[in-house]
Design a protein around this ligand. Structure first.
Ligand code: TXA
Ligand code: MG
Length: 309
């Protein structure tokens, strides 16, 4: 593999030329472009086949850069200190003088931002003088990518440069917390609601179904491997792939999310296993019950959406 610094240099050049680059993050891979450029952001939506009304997350290197475009508040500062850089996305107000392309945040007053932890992506962010709009690097409604090859499989030639940063450590998208009104969780993730409540010393709501279109991770079909998924299954049907939290039996169509039932490990493996099962040619998936606590809540959130329930 080429030296990572020469790859970062190439990525910088492509991004400055308003092209997109697939970047590794600790959560999932992102499809990144200059968040200040209409042209770059348009490309992201087009490649993903994503509707323009579904806003993107903007990735910053540090607070100084964030402050140029976004409005900070007390909860933001507390959470930033505790969890950033890391897998937490904040919905905050945009400054009037911000240079963010209106396409990036679907012309809303608010914007979703995060400070990714992955070293390669942080190095890239430190070398450019604009933030990166980056949704997950998959076709809309499909499973998010957790390695460079996943991006290649899904988006193929549409993306000229995919930075290979190995397998994403977390494997599920960031937790999204809305700080623009009454504080609430829009998408659960590896930073749990309990973690956030403890730090902010308040009770926080997570409702899976919002009346308004707040966070389209909430639109009905999402994270779909392209075949039906049956939740809370005790046994598989004939010819069905069966995913269990852990599994000691050696049966061909049984897949374990974790060796010993560890939920973090399960989260990390979930999307790869969904892809693997599809690749092996199974026509449907059954999955046993996953405990609904800690990161299990985020796993169940993705599974519910993948099963269109
Ligand atoms: O872990 C992650 O967050 C990954 C990596 C690449 O950073 N990114 C990611 O982006 O998952 P995406 O586009 O797949 O999901 C972004 C979510 C969408 O559900 C979107 O609707 C929501 O964030 N979102 C973006 N801007 C918003 C806003 N202003 N208000 C509410 N939700 C917003
Ligand atoms: Mg996504």
């Amino acid at each position: 593999m080429k030296n990572i610094y020469s790859i970062i240099k190439k990525a910088k050049k492509n991004l400055e030329n308003k092209d997109v680059v697939a970047i590794p993050t600790e959560t999932v891979y992102g499809l990144a472009g200059n968040a200040y450029s209409d042209k770059a952001v348009k490309k992201i939506y087009k490649i993903k086949e994503r509707p323009f009304k579904n806003p993107l997350i903007v990735h910053y290197h540090n607070l100084h850069d964030f402050n140029k475009d976004c409005v900070s508040n007390k909860s933001f500062r507390i959470l930033y200190k505790k969890f950033c850089p890391g897998p937490l996305t904040f919905v905050v107000f945009l400054k009037k003088k911000s240079k963010i392309s209106k396409l990036t945040n679907a012309n809303k007053k608010t914007i979703a931002v995060r400070f990714p932890k992955n070293k390669i992506t942080r190095e890239l962010l430190s070398k450019i003088n604009f933030p990166l709009a980056a949704p997950s690097a998959n076709t809309s409604t499909k499973v998010s990518p957790v390695c460079a090859n996943d991006v290649k499989d899904d988006l193929g030639k549409k993306v000229r440069l995919i930075i290979n940063g190995g397998k994403s450590k977390i494997g599920l998208e960031s937790t999204i917390i809305d700080l623009s009104g009454k504080i609430r969780i829009l998408r659960p993730g590896s930073i749990t609601i309990q973690d956030l409540e403890k730090v902010l010393k308040i009770k926080i709501n997570f409702k899976n179904k919002f009346k308004e279109f707040k966070s389209p991770g909430q639109s009905k079909l999402h994270y779909s491997p392209g075949i039906p998924i049956r939740l809370n299954a005790k046994f598989p049907k004939k010819n069905e792939a069966f995913i269990k939290l852990s599994n000691k039996k050696k049966i061909k169509n049984y897949f374990a999310l974790s060796k010993n039932g560890n939920l973090k490990e399960a989260a990390k493996n979930l999307f790869s296993i969904l892809r693997l099962i599809k690749k092996k040619g199974y026509k449907s998936i059954a999955i046993s019950k996953i405990p609904n606590h800690g990161i299990g809540l985020a796993i169940n959130d993705r599974l519910k959406k993948a099963s269109n329930k």
